[in-house]
Design a protein around this ligand. Structure first.
Ligand SMILES: Nc1ncnc2c1ncn2[C@@H]1O[C@H](COP(=O)(O)OP(=O)(O)OP(=O)(O)O)[C@@H](O)[C@H]1O
Ligand SMILES: [Mg+2]
Length: 279
C-alpha cells in the first residue's frame, strides 16, 4: 500500500511559545527513529525552522558530521492563494514519499496556517504555563479559575476538525504541550494544569508535558543542533551535562506522549546511557 505520511502541525496564535524549537526537536527525533521526514516552515518572515535547519546544514559541513537532516521547504512569500496551492502540492508530493511531515505555523492567524491546521493528523499546541497563554484556548473565571468558555483558537481548531471530517472522514489528534515549565512556580502550574484538564475534556485535546525552561534550548539554534545530537557532536561540543541528559529525556518523553502511529509500528529508539554525564 502507498505510504501515507503522518502530518504533524505545530500551531497556536501566541508568539514565542516554543513551536519552532519543538518542531525541530520532533523532526530530528523522528529521523533518529528511522523515519523519513519533511519539514515545512509557514512563517516566511521569521523562518525560524528554516533558519534552524540551515544552521544545522552549515554545522554538518563545518564539522564533517553525518547528522540527520529533514528535507525542508519554506512556504509563505507569495499571495495567500499561491501559498495555499504550494502547500497542497508539497503535501501531495510528500504524502507517498515521507513517513512524517512536520509543519511549523506562525504565531498568528493566516489563511496558510488554517489550511495547514485542517490537514493535521496530529496538532501540537505548545502553551506556556500562564493564564495569558491559556486565554487563547479558553476564558476562565478570575476568582474560581473555572473555565467559562472556549475561545478563538479552540474555535479555529473546531472548524478545522469539521473541515477535515468532511474532506476525508479523518480526525485531528490535538495535543496541548505544556512548555517552558518553571518548577519554581508550583501554585500557578497547578492552577493552569487543572484549568487545562477541565478544558481538555470539554473541547477534546490531550495534555502532554513539553520542555522545561532551559537556556540550552536557546543556545542550540545557531548551531542547528538538538539535544538528540549532542552525543554525536560530543567531539565539538564536549560531553553531555546531567542537565542536558535530563532535557533530552524530556524530548523523548514528549515524542512518546504524542503516541504517533508510525512510531508504534517500529521499535522505540533505545535510551542511551548517559556515559558522558559530566560537563
Ligand atoms: N524550553 C525552552 N527553554 C528556554 N527557551 C526556550 C524554550 N523553548 C523555546 N525557547 C526560546 O524561546 C524563544 C521562542 O521560541 P520559538 O521560536 O521556538 O517559539 P515560537 O512559538 O516558534 O515563536 P513564534 O510564534 O514567534 O514563531 C526562542 O528564543 C527560543 O530559543
Ligand atoms: Mg516559530
Amino acid at each position: 500500500m502507498a505510504r501515507q505520511a503522518h502530518i504533524i502541525v505545530l500551531g497556536n496564535e501566541k508568539g514565542g511559545s516554543g513551536k519552532s524549537t519543538t518542531a525541530v526537536h520532533i523532526a530530528v527525533a523522528l529521523l533518529h527513529a528511522g523515519l523519513t521526514v519533511g519539514a515545512i516552515d509557514l512563517d516566511g518572515r521569521q523562518r525560524s525552522l528554516g533558519r534552524y535547519l540551515e544552521n544545522r546544514a552549515a554545522y554538518v559541513r563545518r564539522h564533517g558530521l553525518a547528522l540527520l537532516e529533514p528535507e525542508t521547504v519554506t512556504i509563505d512569500d507569495r499571495t495567500p492563494e499561491e501559498d495555499e496551492a504550494r502547500l497542497a502540492a508539497q503535501l501531495e508530493a510528500w504524502r507517498t514519499t515521507k513517513d512524517a511531515i512536520v509543519i511549523d505555523c506562525p504565531g498568528r492567524d493566516s489563511v496558510l496556517s488554517r489550511a495547514a491546521h485542517a490537514q493535521a493528523d496530529t496538532l501540537i499546541t505548545p502553551l506556556n504555563d500562564s493564564f495569558i497563554d491559556f486565554d487563547l484556548l479558553g476564558t476562565i473565571d478570575p476568582d474560581s479559575h473555572k473555565v467559562q468558555r472556549p475561545s478563538f483558537y479552540s474555535e479555529l481548531v473546531w472548524q478545522c476538525r469539521k473541515q477535515r471530517m468532511k474532506r476525508d472522514g479523518g480526525s485531528i489528534d490535538w495535543v496541548v504541550l505544556r512548555t517552558r515549565l518553571s518548577h519554581l512556580e508550583a501554585r500557578n502550574m497547578r492552577r493552569v494544569g487543572s484549568a487545562l484538564d477541565e478544558l481538555a475534556k470539554r473541547i477534546g485535546f490531550r495534555v502532554v508535558p513539553g520542555l522545561s525552561e532551559r537556556v540550552i534550548f536557546r543556545e542550540l539554534f545557531p548551531k542547528g543542533l538538538t539535544l538528540l545530537d549532542l552525543r554525536q557532536a560530543a567531539a565539538a561540543e564536549g560531553g553531555l551535562t546531567l542537565s542536558q541528559v535530563a532535557a533530552r529525556q524530556e524530548v523523548r518523553d514528549l515524542v512518546a506522549g504524542l503516541k504517533l502511529p508510525m512510531l508504534d509500528e517500529r521499535r522505540a529508539p533505545a535510551a542511551d546511557v548517559p556515559s558522558a554525564a559530566v560537563a
